[in-house]
Design a binder for this molecule. Structure first.
Ligand SMILES: Cc1ncc(COP(=O)(O)O)c(C=O)c1O
Length: 347
């Protein structure tokens, strides 16, 4: 399909030139393998500085989000233990049963605005009281959520408290962490993530890297034997610095924040523009995914020129659609999309 531009996802472009540049600077440099090279050590140091965590906080570089999720969850849970997530959570909907394939049940709960609530966790604990059901041991949330919303500091604190009460690990999937932390209504920062999560990952794939995510263990004890878990799942890369070098590019001058901010700015331009035209949004996302509700006629007409997914058919006349913006989205393309939508809404 020959689109003017596509808004299907935030990994349609390869990588920010700075990531490629960093990689190409090392073509003949010989290094140790499996993440023990100087580039991985440097990238981990930059990330720790950003998070304000202690020097021995473990950081691992891994190729993708699903791999991060199944490796972390598979490594931390004992055979009878389970992870709690919202029904719309990535591990519940878009990972092909990867978590269940590690032998662990994903206990799915309804969401509010894409988010898991302490009340939902309490409910799980009440309904899993003993050895006749799986033992809930971990809470999985995405920051930002699959619906583009963001947990505030207060909400994270409340999740942490309920996890402490019930002896649950808190795992934050940060595939879109940059977008979450740069969003207008974030009210939470890097330090909060490191303070509240036992383990989390920082998404590179969706924010400028060719590929790669950085798994961080603020709860350092959980890192015991994690390299064994990585290796066993084929996730310990011989050339781990291919990923680490991109994180150096992204974190040495906060390119990571700049790229996420740009994606969010594009998203908010669309949101403001469509809101002024009376369009209603499915969620109050201030991140790089936007979910306007449009008539099916407008959707069909727009899809002739622009690539984007229909998220959900609301009724016979209207659908929720998803527009995703990336570090590379030209702002002029957002304006063109707005102009075309306005014309269609007024026709
Ligand atoms: C929140 C979240 N987690 C994990 C992933 C998984 O990433 P991948 O498909 O690269 O394994 C995605 C990708 O869309 C995601 O949005």
């Amino acid at each position: 399909m020959n689109y003017k531009h596509q808004f299907f996802n935030d990994y349609a472009e390869t990588a920010h030139p700075a990531c490629i540049q960093k990689l190409s600077e090392q073509t003949l440099q010989q290094e140790a393998g499996y993440g023990l090279d100087s580039v991985s050590v440097h990238a981990a140091t930059l990330i720790r500085a950003k998070l304000g965590v202690v020097n021995d906080t473990p950081v691992h570089f891994i190729s993708g989000g699903t791999q991060a999720n199944l490796t972390v969850i598979g490594a931390l849970l004992r055979p009878h233990e389970a992870v709690i997530a919202v029904e719309s959570g990535h591990i519940a909907t878009h990972e092909t049963g990867a978590i269940e394939a590690t032998g662990h049940k994903v206990i799915q709960m309804p969401h509010i605005n894409g988010k898991l609530t302490p009340a939902a966790i309490e409910q799980v604990m009440r309904t899993h009281p003993n050895e006749h059901s799986v033992k809930p041991r971990m809470v999985f949330v995405s920051q930002a959520t699959e619906l583009g919303t963001v947990y505030s500091r207060t909400e994270l604190l409340a999740l942490r408290a309920v996890c402490d009460t019930h002896d649950l690990w808190l795992y934050i999937d940060g595939a879109r962490l940059g977008s979450a932390l740069c969003s207008e209504n974030a009210a939470c920062d890097w330090q909060d993530i490191a303070r509240f999560a036992d383990v989390f990952y920082i998404g590179g794939t969706k924010n400028g890297a060719l590929l790669g995510e950085a798994i961080v263990f603020p709860n350092t004890i959980l890192n015991n034997d994690f390299r064994y878990a990585l290796k066993q799942r084929g996730a310990l890369l011989a050339k781990g610095r291919v990923i680490a070098s991109q994180f150096v590019a992204l974190f040495e001058h906060d390119l990571y924040g700049e790229l996420a901010q740009h994606a969010n700015d594009c998203a908010m331009r669309l949101r403001t523009g469509l809101s002024e035209l009376g369009v209603v949004f499915y969620t109050d996302s201030a991140t790089n995914q936007q979910f306007p509700i449009l008539s099916n006629a407008v959707v069909e007409a727009l899809q002739k020129d622009y690539g984007f997914y229909t998220w959900e058919e609301l009724n016979k006349r209207e659908s929720v659609v998803r527009f995703v913006f990336s570090w590379a989205t030209p702002m002029a393309m957002v304006d063109e999309l707005l102009t075309d939508t306005k014309r269609l809404l007024n026709s």
